[in-house]
Design a binder for this molecule. Sequence first.
Ligand code: AMP
Length: 280
Amino acid sequence: MRIARTIPEARAAVASLRANARCLGLVPTMGALHAGHISLVRAARAACDAVVATIFINPTQFASGEDFAQYPRTFEADCALFESEGVDLLFAPEAAEMYPEGFCTVVEIEGVSDRLDGQSRPGHFRGVATVVARLFNIVAPDKAFFGQKDAAQVAILRRMVRDLNFPLELIVCPIVRDPDGLALSSRNRYLSPEDRGHALALARALCRIEERIVAGIFDSASLLEAGRAILAEEPAIRLDYLRIVDPDTLEDLPNARHGALVAVAAWVGSARLIDNLLIP
Ligand code: AMP
């Protein structure tokens, strides 16, 4: 596995991969890898001739007071894992490489960016869209792999790919969970064993909503009430949002129709966790 630290190095390495790869896959991450990230790499390996992964903890998607400084950094272990999974090229730039003096261009997906996490974390999706657009330009992949875990991010990036005519296919991979249901996240490392137990209520709340839908209840208000009741059983959980929305626009839906997105975000101790469910 080659490691590129600068944009010219990444471009040169991509050009040499291109010589033998008809289909190039991109897996962007912030590192602190877990089985969720690896599922994206494996999907990319299966669908593409060569795989480029990135590790970049993007400062512009963290607001001041968020966990940018504390975000887990496990570069050596991440490299070993990517290498063992057959990643061909790792692009891991420093912040100064991605944001040189004078950098001032942003990608703003209007409206969608202000919903769900965008509402709680103003500017977050501007940071995400701007950096992902640049990774697309630097690597020029045929397919880019993202996790359904970050459902709002998926909505933002789908819109961006459409609106800015990026010539690539966005592939969304299912949420990988621990056996007890907790969605894997780099931020789970912030959880004490006790908080990890409390955090299971997120997946439980989604399951309760799914059960109600299977039982024939589609009214969003009563579904959300059932989900909130589960979360309220855990006083250690501070709910940010629990909503039933259109998966593309992220606007609230009065009824949980086929394809609707049930999304939850909550603070458990110092960790802000997200999880979601797509209504089949
Ligand atoms: P991150 O490093 O948290 O920015 O995540 C990098 C990519 O991995 C994003 O596309 C995430 O949606 C995806 N991802 C994170 N957690 C999971 C998970 N539990 N299952 C599947 N994909 C995930």
